[in-house]
Unconditional design. Structure first.
Length: 67
């Protein structure tokens, strides 16, 4: 089921028309499922420019990114 969701997300990203003609706007972002990131855990630490952020899955299945 997770691969189905990522397939749908990838198709939606490709189908969206570019609003800006700049080369950066034409780049399609990489799609990664939250399951692939969290690997069964409820929290992931992300180091970005010497600051640690936490990506957390709530009990209701939502994602929260905090510093």
């Amino acid at each position: 089921m997770a691969s189905d969701a990522s397939d749908v997300a990838a198709k939606n990203l490709r189908a969206a028309p570019a609003r800006d003609a700049s080369p950066a706007a034409a780049v399609t972002p990489r799609v990664v499922t939250s399951d692939a990131l969290l690997r069964g855990e409820s929290q992931l630490a992300i180091l970005h420019e010497r600051t640690v952020y936490f990506l957390r899955r709530t009990r209701l299945g939502k994602l929260i990114l905090t510093k």
